[in-house]
Ligand binder design. Structure first.
Ligand code: TYD
Length: 138
């Protein structure tokens, strides 16, 4: 499942503030935060899916494009605002590209880093996505 989120902006004459809280405007408990920045021009990264992880991606600075693929179709989302997020859960292949020079992509994750949760082989991903889709349809 992939869903675009819009966060409330708490602003006053001093500027803006956004608060992300696990179990509130972020649906899961946040166990890890990481951010990708200083990305060189033309770099594309990601190219993996997760078995169980839930994530919210936020471009807290600059801009980037996230490609999501559920094994059946691919969709592109442009992240270019600190008040917009992309929620990704389930077996979804993701690729990240077109990072602006000032891009800081922050990712909130439901679990600690665990390489065993990654699927880095596209064919393996498609097989698992289709198998999960079949079992959910029953
Ligand atoms: P990688 O999975 O290649 O990043 P991306 O999916 O954005 O292309 O991760 C790069 C390196 O960082 C890799 O050696 C794994 C490590 N890493 C951690 O140690 N902790 C983390 O939370 C993440 C996301 C990556």
């Amino acid at each position: 499942m992939v869903e675009r989120l819009t966060f409330d902006v708490l602003g006053d004459e001093r500027g803006k503030l956004i608060s992300l809280e696990g179990g509130k405007n972020i649906s899961f408990d946040i166990n890890r935060v990481y951010y990708i920045y200083g990305t060189k021009r033309g770099v594309e990264r990601g190219f993996h899916a997760h078995k169980n992880l839930k994530q919210v991606l936020v471009a807290v600075s600059g801009k980037c494009t996230i490609v999501v693929d559920d094994g059946f179709s691919r969709t592109e989302f442009v992240l270019d605002s600190p008040n917009s997020g992309l929620y990704i859960e389930g077996v979804v292949w993701r690729e990240m590209k077109k990072f602006s020079d000032d891009s800081v992509l922050m990712v909130l994750a439901s679990d600690l880093y665990d390489e065993a949760d990654y699927i880095r082989d596209y064919e393996e991903f498609v097989n698992l996505a289709k198998a999960r889709n079949n079992s959910e349809a029953k």
